[in-house]
Design a protein around this ligand. Structure first.
Ligand SMILES: [Zn+2]
Length: 243
């Protein structure tokens, strides 16, 4: 709360370089917000062999990385709008055009949500959906998933260990079934579901989200994230090279 008040009355430094003109100065914004969306390699796609794509708005480095850390760990909520805009760019590449898009945020633990004063991925998803609507697309968000088991810290774990660590951690939210049947009819067959998260590392979290949404009986078209950590082995292809 104090930080939010301070953000309103004090000049906010740039989250990336620390200079004046925050929350992102024009130079850092140019670096952080104008990265080329890229497909994340097949080995870290959600669902393993499933025909789902994962697109990141940019690599997790430089100003984009600083902005994400400031947003996620230092309570710089004003960065939700520009970072949500980046997420929207990734969704646009990942999703089928013309369909009604439903962005499903990857769930966070209740403790993390409390600590951060809200769900940082849900907030990004909402700004992303708003950006997509401004561009004339039909887009909405739905928190279909919840974290039912908190996994251990995955820092330093490899892909297989991360996958085992998070396996079974997500479940349908209590309202997910209602959302499916819903007053407006079933979600099934009328929407293109895109999983969204802030950062992809090995893809284990997205794979678990993919499984949990598939268990509800809904197909997932793909995943979109703000940033991808550089892969250790595979090549990341820029979108323009693939299309
Ligand atoms: Zn800066």
């Amino acid at each position: 709360m104090l930080r939010m008040l301070a953000d309103l009355v004090l000049p906010v430094p740039c989250a990336a370089c620390g200079g004046v003109d925050g929350p992102l100065c024009p130079v850092c914004a140019r670096h952080a917000l104008h990265t080329e969306p890229m497909f994340v390699p097949a080995e870290v796609r959600p669902g393993g062999d499933a025909p789902a794509v994962c697109v990141a708005a940019g690599p997790y480095r430089g100003a984009l990385r600083s902005a994400l850390i400031a947003y996620k760990e230092r309570g710089r909520r004003t960065l939700a709008r520009p970072l949500g805009g980046r997420l929207a760019a990734a969704v646009e590449v990942a999703a089928v055009r013309g369909a009604r898009l439903l962005l499903v945020p990857v769930p966070s633990s209740a403790a993390a949500i409390r600590e951060r004063g809200g769900d940082h991925v849900v907030r990004l998803a909402r700004f992303a959906a708003a950006t997509l609507r401004q561009r004339g697309l039909r887009a909405d968000t739905a928190t279909l998933l919840t974290m039912c088991r908190v996994p251990s810290d995955s820092v330093g774990l490899g892909a297989a260990a991360r996958r085992a660590n998070i396996s079974g951690a997500f479940a349908p939210a209590s309202h997910a079934g209602r959302r499916m049947r819903g007053p407006h009819g079933s979600l099934r067959g009328r929407t293109t579901i895109v999983l969204v998260d802030d950062i992809v590392t090995t893809g284990a979290t997205l794979a678990e989200s993919y499984r949990a949404v598939a268990d509800i009986g809904l197909p997932v078209a793909g995943a979109a994230v703000v940033a991808a950590t550089p892969p250790r082995s595979a090549t990341v292809y820029a979108v323009r090279d693939v299309k």
